[in-house]
Design a protein around this ligand. Structure first.
Ligand SMILES: [Zn+2]
Length: 250
């Protein structure tokens, strides 16, 4: 594994890149939460963002970890979640795309990500990105090696207002190859009279996503990314409600 001594020696990324819950689960669903955390090490001074901006959804997906944890508990399924903010490096973006380390997120400039040198970029890749994806790959390898079914499910949230526009959609099921699996989830949410749709409010693409195209579609596994509008995930009760909607559908 690549989480090596250099990550802690520089004193920046002293905790592991990820957290793993219920690693030995035999449930086919493998839950992934890439935008779980807004944690940025103190030494990086919130990347120069003021605190309100840093706590906004640009640093993380509000409520996504709570929902993923509840689903993990309900299903007894493994959950891999990030321990660092996506503003340091976005774990659901390929390394070669411009916003892998975003210099701007929506209306916010991210001062601490402007004109980074290659060494800093590589350091974030080595300490944050590779350990997470190596672990995800290893979990899938192990299960496939035991001839088990694996379904890779990313848990995310989106903002109720985007560039000033309110969004009516309550949940999106994003997919590439796994159209039938995604449709079953959309239909299931529809039976609760929820406003859910496939490939909204975003689409997955190998040019902008990692988890679904690389670990799911790329390995022939059913894989979706679930997006829940974050105003629906603001209390333990509402998180529980969404977990109850989703758990039987995954
Ligand atoms: Zn997200």
């Amino acid at each position: 594994m690549r989480e090596s001594i250099e990550c802690t020696e520089w004193g920046l990324y002293t905790k592991p890149a990820f957290r793993l819950l219920r690693e030995d689960s035999e449930h086919p669903v493998l839950l992934v939460c890439e935008h779980a955390s807004r944690f940025i090490p103190d030494a990086l001074n919130e990347l120069g963002l003021d605190e309100t901006a840093a706590q906004e959804h640009i640093a993380w997906d509000i409520g996504a970890l709570a929902l993923a944890e509840r689903l993990s508990e309900t299903l007894g399924a493994t959950l891999l979640s990030a321990n660092y903010s996506r503003l340091l490096i976005d774990l659901n973006r390929p390394l070669h795309v411009a916003d892998s380390i975003p210099a701007q997120s929506e209306i916010y400039q991210v001062p601490g990500n402007q004109s980074l040198d290659d060494a800093t970029r590589e350091y974030r890749q080595q300490c944050l990105f590779h350990p997470f994806h190596d672990q995800l790959r290893a979990l899938i390898d192990q299960r496939l090696g035991e001839n088990r079914t694996v379904r890779v499910v990313g848990i995310h949230s989106f903002t109720p207002v985007f560039y000033g526009q309110p969004r009516a959609l309550e949940a999106g099921v994003l997919y590439g190859e796994a159209r039938d699996y995604a449709q079953r989830i959309v239909d299931g949410l529809g039976r609760h009279s929820l406003r859910a749709a496939g490939n909204q409010p975003y689409k997955v693409s190998p040019l902008s996503d990692m988890t679904v195209p690389v670990h799911g579609d790329g390995r022939g596994l059913d894989s979706v990314l679930i997006e829940v509008r974050n105003d629906q995930l603001r209390s333990p009760e509402s998180v529980q409600t969404w977990s109850a909607y989703l758990a039987p559908l995954l």
